[in-house]
Write a protein that binds this ligand. Structure first.
Ligand code: FAD
Length: 200
């Protein structure tokens, strides 16, 4: 099956066939995603998804996932440093959704999530034990008001606790990528397992 564009811009090719709604109504009752996902699970117009491209287990109680979002995710709300999103995956035949704050800079191509283990926690335990490159997850629901001010201050003190370090890392990485001459002081109150997961 040929799809002329995944950019979801209405009528981008002049015929209206780039419109997600056009494809959905033309391929009912299931919608186009139920066909294209059979070829490639991330090849969906409506469902925001991502493929796990790297997995790092830096401590015994955490796992860091590098995710490559699909076109449907990139066409949605733009992620800003400090915000969170919803990760959905299947655990023992049931879909589970949890909220995570990416640790990557806001203009990065890849989304990086560091998941700290919760004792008895369903999703964090599953990801710590089973996450692997090639795994496909749902990714949507970008939101949250904890973001950098548009006018960046020259000196910033970040104080975080536990997994709260991830949105702060995203902010620090974003400002580093912006390249301006600023002072960042990062004070993690407690890192996973007492061992720092800060990037080198
Ligand atoms: C805005 C936001 C951002 C977040 N960002 C991050 C992040 O970047 N990194 C991160 O690691 N986490 C983050 N979290 C937390 C994350 O969403 C999950 O809550 C966390 O991963 C635990 O999920 P889980 O499925 O492993 O645990 P769950 O299965 O949801 O269980 C959580 C805890 O409750 C206990 N529990 C479960 N069921 C019961 C029950 N019936 N009775 C008693 N106790 C029970 C479990 O033992 C466990 O300790 C964030 C949360 C929010 C709201």
């Amino acid at each position: 099956m040929y799809i002329c564009s995944l950019k979801l811009r209405r009528g981008a090719c002049g015929t209206g066939c780039c419109d997600h709604r056009w494809w959905t109504s033309s391929t009912g009752p299931h919608g186009v995603d139920r066909y294209t996902e059979l070829v490639e699970p991330t090849w969906t117009l409506g469902d925001s998804r991502a493929k796990v491209v790297a997995v790092r287990r830096q401590t015994q109680r955490s796992v860091t996932l590098t995710l490559e979002p699909n076109a449907a995710f990139r066409a949605g709300a733009r992620f800003r440093a400090g915000q969170h999103l919803n990760l959905t995956l299947e655990v023992d035949g049931r879909r589970r959704t949890r909220c995570y704050s990416p640790a990557n800079g806001e203009n990065d191509r890849y989304v990086e999530l560091t998941v700290g283990l919760h004792d008895g926690g369903l999703v964090s335990t599953y990801l710590r034990d089973h996450a692997h490159p090639g795994m496909v997850v749902g990714l949507n629901g970008v939101g949250g008001d904890f973001v950098l001010p548009a006018s960046r201050p020259r000196r910033i003190l970040f104080v975080s606790g536990g997994s709260g370090i991830t949105p702060v890392l995203s902010m620090a990485r974003t400002m580093k990528a912006e390249g301006a001459d600023r002072e960042h002081h990062l004070h993690p109150l407690r890192a996973y397992s007492g061992r720092s997961v800060l990037p080198r």
